[in-house]
Write a protein that binds this ligand. Structure first.
Ligand code: RB5
Length: 157
């Protein structure tokens, strides 16, 4: 799978560790920045960048990391078509794909250690969306976007 990665200045090391881990499993990993841990990068910039890459089909899914995972996931979720989930353990990571069809995994570099983050990523990328009874609820999420997010630019997908 082609996966887009992004982080703010708090999470460069964890992002690189996750990219290496997922590359070892055969995934294609694209780095959308930031690349410098010493220079402040505001999380909305990268959250939006990766979310647009996912929504536009440039990559299939995304991984976003900031201090808590919250700010960068909030940013990503502003982009129509994005379902970004902050996860701190593998169960949620698995279920958010199976039930919510999540397309971005967010994590907090100040919350989870590197090895736990790898297990969370494995759970996320090994899970498959179940569709079926979940489809109607995922469609309801898209309906909310249609209701509120139809700006001058329109949806990305
Ligand atoms: C940066 O200090 C921090 O606020 C950011 O990484 C993130 O945790 C925000 O949600």
């Amino acid at each position: 799978m082609k996966i887009g990665f992004g982080c703010d200045h708090t999470a460069v090391e964890l992002k690189l560790a996750l990219m290496e881990h997922l590359r070892e499993q055969g995934h294609e990993c694209v780095d959308y920045g930031t690349k410098e841990a010493g220079v402040r990068m505001d999380y909305p910039v990268v959250g939006k960048r990766v979310a647009e890459a996912v929504a536009g089909g440039e990559v299939e899914k995304g991984v976003l990391v900031c201090g808590t995972g919250v700010g960068i996931s909030l940013s990503a979720n502003k982009v129509p078509g994005i379902r970004a989930a902050v996860c701190s353990e593998p169960y949620t990571a698995c279920m958010t794909v199976r039930h919510n069809n999540a397309n971005i995994l967010a994590m907090g570099a100040r919350v989870v250690g590197t090895e736990l983050a790898k297990m969370i990523a494995d759970a996320f990328f090994q899970a498959e969306y179940e569709g079926g009874r979940h489809e109607v609820r995922v469609k309801m999420l898209a309906d909310i976007e249609q209701e509120y997010c139809m700006g001058a630019r329109g949806p990305l997908n």
